[in-house]
Design a protein around this ligand. Structure first.
Ligand code: FE
Ligand code: FE
Ligand code: ZN
Length: 277
């Protein structure tokens, strides 16, 4: 089954996201666990969740992907900012237990001049503080573009984080096609090579989700500006190879392109045309 969807607004709850997804032919979706700038989370409405879980059974949705606020930084030089990231993500992981068995993606962080090694150490420490043994959510590290002092633009950095985490069996990776391009991994001309590298360094069994985005910038630009499918340096053919690749095709694909609902609907339709049986 082709698991394809996009980023949706959770402002009106899970059932509304489910309806939005169905209205554009999506069977997976991503949403911010709370305000992307890291405000207070909306309380979970048990009725909404219950109704949504029924909807999932009926329509065979793939995994839900909650995205942590992108402003959190677990490896800031400021301990208050690190504590805020830790507390917010801990709360998110507890909330995720209302919808067990899904995915929680976060940006590892920016080391802000402290160095990659120091950054990785802080991220590991945070994960070891917030992950719990009966947690049913898989936490995903997102591959980053390498903008500024971002940690996680090299597969080796993600490997090092995984190696430090006690409950590593609950950790995975979300590969963002725009970000890896910007980080210098050539998914356009050498997708096989990039996946071989991923497998060698991290292990493909860790790969749980794909953020399917085109990029406004060329290979290695370290920028992180998403483009609509076919509107950037990756192009529709390269992205079609991604969704059809034997090592990737069973994964859920989430669009994070600059779009509203109708635009996402068009992209999903286009990608379904490119998807081989
Ligand atoms: Fe992200
Ligand atoms: Fe992403
Ligand atoms: Zn991005």
């Amino acid at each position: 089954m082709f698991l394809i969807g996009c980023h949706l607004s959770m402002a009106n709850g899970f059932v509304q996201m489910g309806k939005d997804a169905l209205s554009i032919g999506a069977n997976v979706f991503q949403f911010f666990s709370r305000n992307p700038r890291g405000g207070k989370a909306k309380p979970i409405d048990p009725k909404d969740v219950e109704q949504f879980l029924e909807m999932c059974d009926e329509h065979q949705f793939g995994p839900l992907l909650a995205h942590a606020p992108y402003t959190l930084n677990g490896c800031s030089a400021d301990p208050k900012i690190r504590e805020f990231a830790t507390a917010t993500m801990r709360d998110d992981l507890e909330r995720m237990e209302h919808t067990p068995g899904n995915l929680y993606n976060f940006h590892p962080g920016s080391h802000v001049g402290q160095g990659i090694e120091a950054g990785i150490e802080m991220i590991v420490k945070m994960l070891n503080e917030i992950m719990f043994s009966d947690q049913r959510t898989t936490v995903l590290l997102e591959t980053m573009a390498g903008k500024g002092s971002e940690v996680g633009s090299r597969f080796e950095e993600l490997r090092q984080i995984i190696d430090g985490v006690t409950l590593a069996e609950k950790l995975g990776v979300c590969l963002d096609t725009c970000h890896v391009n910007d980080a210098g991994y050539d998914v356009v001309n050498d997708l096989d090579g990039v996946l071989a590298e991923f497998d060698k360094v991290i292990g493909l069994s860790r790969l749980k989700a794909i953020h399917l985005n085109d990029s406004m910038n060329p290979l290695g630009a370290r920028k992180d500006r998403h483009a609509v499918i076919g509107g950037g340096h990756l192009g529709v053919e390269a992205l079609a190879r991604v969704i059809n690749h034997p090592l990737l095709r069973a994964l859920p694909f989430y669009l994070e392109t600059p779009n509203e609902l109708p635009g996402y609907g068009k992209e999903i339709k286009l990608l379904k045309e490119f998807r081989k049986e």
